[in-house]
Design a protein around this ligand. Structure first.
Ligand code: NAD
Length: 697
C-alpha cells in the first residue's frame, strides 16, 4: 500500500493505492503528504495529479483504522488537505469509480477536479450519525450549490458524477483514459497559466439562504426524529452559507466532535461494524473455499418456502419448489406470482424482470427433480416426524456435497442432521417472516456442520442480500430464545397492572418498531401458545403468566382471526384496545391474588429489555453467539429493536452493567416479582464486577 510518485513529463502523479477502495489510512495520508512535498521541491514539476489505483479514487476513511489511534494520527486528513491547498503548483484530482467521504473532501481541496462518467460521489457520514468533518460541509455547497449539497449531505446518498458534470465540482469530464485526460488537463493548466482556484474562496450562491435553511431545518428535524446528525448537517450548511470560510470550518469541527459523542452515532457505528464482524466466523478461515451454489431447491411451498424461493430468484439463482400435493404447490406458486405482480404494480420491478424471476422458480412433486441442486432448504411443518421423513429422503436423492438446510425455528438441528449419513452437510437456515423481506438470517451451526458448509451459507446470505449471523444449537437459537424471556416479562407486566396497549406504547416510545403485543398479534398468538404448552410439561418450574392463554382459548389468535390481544375491524390491521380483554386481564389478576399497581414506562421498558440482556449474556457465555455484537445485529435486523440504540447488548453497555444489575435487583423485589427470573447471568455479573462491557468500548 502506498501512493507511488511518478513523473510524467513535468507532471507529478501521486497514485492513491490502498485496496480495496484507497481508504485514507495513515500510511496513505503520509505518502500523499510526502509526494506533495517532493513535487513542491522538484523544479522539474509544474503540476500534480492525484489519482486512485484500482477500484476507486478514494472511499474515504480507512475503516480498518476506525477506533484506532491511526485514524487521527498526523498527518491527519486536515493536514493533507492543508498541504494540497498550500501547493504553489496546480493540484488536479482525477476521479473515477468512487469519491466518497474523506476521498471527496480531499478532491474538493484540489485546485481542479476532472472525472469520468459513472463515478459515485457522496458524503455518506450521516449514515454513521456524523457529518463530513474535513471541510465537506463547507466546500461542497460552494461548488454544487446549497440545495444540492444539503440533499447529499443530509441523506448521504450517492450521486453519479455525470449528474454533477455541469457544476463547479468538476472542471472537465474526461472521456477515455482518465490518466491521459488528467495529464492533458494539467499540461493545459500549466501552459495557459490557469489561476489556482481554491473552493474555499468561492461564495455559496443562493437567492434566499435564510428562508431555505429554515425550511430545511424544520423538515429535517421532523423526519430525523431520534437522530441528531441530519439537523447538525443543516447547521453546518448554514455556517457555510453565512460565515466566513474559516469560521464555517470551525463550526463544522465543533458539530463533528459533538456528534462523535452522541449515543446515536455510537449505535450506528456499532451496527456498521457489527454487521461486518458477524460475517466472520472465529474458527472458519476467511479463505475457506465455498461450495458453488448455482441452483437451489426448497421443500414446502408454504409461508416460508415461497418467500425463501423468491430470495433465490431475486439473486438470479434457479430454484425448484417441492410439495406433497399439486394443490399446495399451485397455491404456493400462486402466492409468489402475486407478490411479484404487486411489486411490479408498485413500480419496484419492471414486467420483464418480474417474468425473469417467476421463470426462475419451478414447481415439482417429485424428489428426482431436485437431486442435482447445490443447496436444498427444508421448510415443511414444524414437526420432528415430518422433518425426519424429509431428511431421510434428501439423504437418498441429493448429489454428494449438496448442502442440506432446515428452516426450523425450534427443533434441534443436530437431531435433524442425524437423520442423514452426512451430518457434515446439514445446517440450519432460519429465515424470518416474510422471508423475502426480512434481512436477518440466523445460520445454525450443528455439532458436525463442516466449515466449508458454514462459509458457503454465510456467503450465500450475502448473495441473497441477507444479514447472516451464526448461532449454535439451542432452543430458539439467539433471537427467539431471548424473545421468550422478553415476552414472559411483557406478560407479567400486564398481570401486575399495565394494560397490553400501555406496554406496547412504552416500548414503541423507546423506539421499537412494534410493541410485544402488537407483534404477537401479527405473528399469531397460537405460535407462542403452542410453545408454552410444551414448556408447561417440559419445564414445569418456569413461571408464565396465563392470561394470554385465556385469550387463545377464545380462539383469538391475532390479526389472522380478526381478534387477539387487540380487536381489529374487518380487513384492517390497526390494533384497537378491547374492553373485553381489559376485563379478562383485571379478573385474571384478581383470581391469582395480585393487587394491580401503576407501572411506569421506565419499568416496562427496562424489565423487557433487561430480560433480553440477561438471556443474551447466557447465550454469549454458552458460546451460542460468538460476540455480543452478533446478538445486537439479530435484534436490529430481525426484531425491530431501535437502531439508534444499537441493540440490547450495546444498550446495556451504555447504561453501565452495574446499573443493569441494580435495576434487576430492584425488579426482583417487586410485590409480585420473580427473584429467580432476575438472577444475573454469570457473565453479566462478572463483567459488571470488573467494570467491563459486553462490547469492547
Ligand atoms: P406452512 O404450514 O405455511 O408451510 C409448510 C408447507 O410444507 C405446506 O405447504 C405443506 O404442504 C408443506 N409440507 C408439509 N410436509 C411436507 C412434506 N413432507 N414434503 C413436502 N412438503 C411438505 O409453514 P411455514 O410457516 O412456512 O413454516 C415452515 C417451517 O419454517 C417450519 O419449520 C417453521 O417452524 C419455520 N419457520 C416459520 C416461520 C413463520 O413465521 N411462519 C418463521 C421462521 C421459521
Amino acid at each position: 500500500m502506498s501512493a507511488p510518485y511518478a513523473l510524467h513529463g513535468n507532471v507529478a502523479v501521486i497514485t492513491l493505492d490502498n485496496p480495496p477502495v484507497n481508504g485514507l489510512g495513515h500510511a496513505l495520508r503520509t505518502a500523499i503528504v510526502d509526494g506533495l512535498a517532493a513535487a513542491q521541491d522538484d523544479p522539474a514539476v509544474a503540476a500534480i495529479v492525484l489519482i486512485g489505483a484500482g477500484r476507486a479514487f478514494s472511499g474515504g476513511a480507512d475503516i480498518r483504522e476506525f477506533n484506532s489511534p491511526k485514524a487521527f494520527a498526523e498527518p491527519n486528513l486536515h493536514t493533507v488537505i492543508r498541504a494540497v491547498e498550500a501547493s504553489t503548483k496546480p493540484v488536479i484530482a482525477a476521479i473515477h469509480a468512487v469519491a466518497m467521504g474523506g476521498g471527496l473532501e480531499l478532491a474538493l481541496a484540489c485546485h481542479f477536479r476532472v472525472a469520468v462518467a459513472g463515478a459515485q460521489i457522496a458524503l455518506p457520514e450521516v449514515k454513521l450519525g456524523l457529518l463530513p468533518g474535513a471541510g465537506g460541509t463547507q466546500r461542497l455547497p460552494r461548488v454544487v450549490g446549497l440545495e444540492a449539497a444539503l440533499n447529499m449531505i443530509v441523506s448521504g446518498t450517492t450521486v453519479p458524477s455525470e449528474k454533477l458534470a455541469k457544476t463547479a465540482l468538476f472542471d472537465q469530464v474526461i472521456e477515455g483514459d482518465l490518466l491521459a485526460g488528467a495529464l492533458a488537463f494539467a499540461k493545459a493548466a500549466v501552459d495557459e497559466k490557469k489561476p489556482l482556484k481554491l473552493v474555499r474562496n468561492l461564495k455559496v450562491v443562493h437567492p434566499n439562504p435564510e428562508a431555505f435553511l429554515q425550511f430545511a431545518a424544520n423538515t429535517v428535524a421532523a423526519v430525523a426524529r431520534n437522530y441528531p446528525a441530519p439537523s447538525a448537517c443543516v447547521e453546518a450548511l448554514k455556517a457555510a452559507a453565512t460565515l466566513p470560510f474559516e469560521q464555517g470550518l470551525k463550526k463544522e469541527r465543533e458539530l463533528f466532535l459533538m456528534l462523535m459523542q452522541t449515543p446515536e452515532s455510537r449505535a450506528l457505528r456499532h451496527a456498521f461494524f457489527a454487521e461486518r464482524a458477524a460475517s466472520k466466523i472465529p474458527d472458519v478461515p476467511e479463505d475457506t473455499p465455498p461450495r458453488p451454489v448455482k441452483s437451489a431447491a426448497i421443500i414446502g411451498a408454504g409461508t416460508m418456502g415461497g418467500g425463501i424461493a423468491m430470495n433465490f430468484a431475486n439473486a438470479g439463482i434457479p430454484v425448484t419448489l417441492l410439495e406433497m400435493k399439486q394443490e399446495a404447490l399451485d397455491k404456493g406458486l400462486g402466492v409468489i406470482r402475486k407478490n411479484y405482480e404487486n411489486s411490479a404494480k408498485k413500480g419496484r420491478l419492471t414486467p420483464e424482470k418480474m417474468q425473469q424471476r417467476v421463470d426462475l422458480i419451478k414447481g415439482t412433486l417429485n424428489y428426482a427433480d431436485i437431486g442435482g441442486a447445490d443447496i436444498v432448504i427444508e421448510a415443511v411443518f414444524e414437526d420432528m416426524g415430518v422433518k425426519e421423513q424429509v431428511f431421510k429422503k434428501l439423504d437418498e436423492v441429493m448429489k454428494p456435497g449438496a448442502i442440506l438446510a432446515s428452516n426450523t425455528s425450534t427443533l434441534d438441528v443436530n437431531k435433524i442432521a442425524a437423520f442423514t449419513k452426512r451430518p457434515q452437510d446439514v445446517i440450519g437456515t432460519h429465515f424470518f417472516s416474510p422471508a423475502n423481506v426480512m434481512k436477518l438470517l440466523e445460520i445454525i451451526r450443528g455439532k458436525d456442520t463442516a466449515k466449508d458448509v458454514l462459509a458457503t451459507t454465510m456467503k450465500l446470505s450475502k448473495t441473497i442480500k441477507k444479514t447472516g449471523v451464526v448461532s449454535g444449537v439451542c432452543d430458539g437459537f439467539i433471537g427467539n430464545r431471548m424473545l421468550e424471556q422478553y415476552l414472559r416479562q411483557a406478560m407479567f407486566l400486564v398481570e401486575e397492572g399495565a394494560l397490553p396497549w400501555e406496554v406496547d406504547k412504552a416500548m414503541e416510545k423507546f423506539g421499537w418498531a412494534m410493541g410485544p403485543f402488537r407483534m404477537s398479534d401479527m405473528a399469531g398468538l397460537d405460535v407462542g401458545w403452542y410453545i408454552r404448552k410444551r414448556r408447561y410439561v417440559e419445564k414445569p418450574d418456569m413461571v408464565y403468566s396465563r392470561w394470554i392463554d385465556k385469550i387463545c382459548e377464545m380462539g383469538r389468535f391475532g390479526q389472522k382471526t380478526g381478534a387477539g390481544v387487540y380487536k381489529y375491524e374487518a380487513g384492517k390491521r390497526d390494533p384497537i384496545p378491547d374492553p373485553l380483554v381489559q376485563e379478562l386481564i383485571v379478573n385474571h389478576s384478581k383470581e391469582i391474588g395480585v393487587a394491580r399497581r401503576k407501572i411506569t414506562d421506565d419499568e416496562i421498558v427496562h424489565r423487557c429489555v433487561y430480560a433480553l440482556v440477561n438471556e443474551g449474556a447466557k447465550i454469549l457465555e454458552e458460546g451460542i453467539a460468538a460476540r455480543a455484537s452478533d446478538i445486537d445485529i439479530v435484534y436490529l435486523t430481525g426484531y425491530g429493536f431501535p437502531l439508534y440504540r444499537g441493540g440490547p447488548m450495546l444498550y446495556a453497555d451504555s447504561q453501565g452493567l452495574v446499573n443493569v444489575i441494580a435495576a434487576m435487583k430492584k425488579f426482583a423485589k417487586n410485590p409480585h416479582g420473580d427473584p429467580g427470573f432476575w438472577t444475573p447471568a454469570a457473565l453479566l455479573a462478572r463483567l459488571a464486577a470488573d467494570g467491563k462491557t459486553f462490547n469492547p468500548s
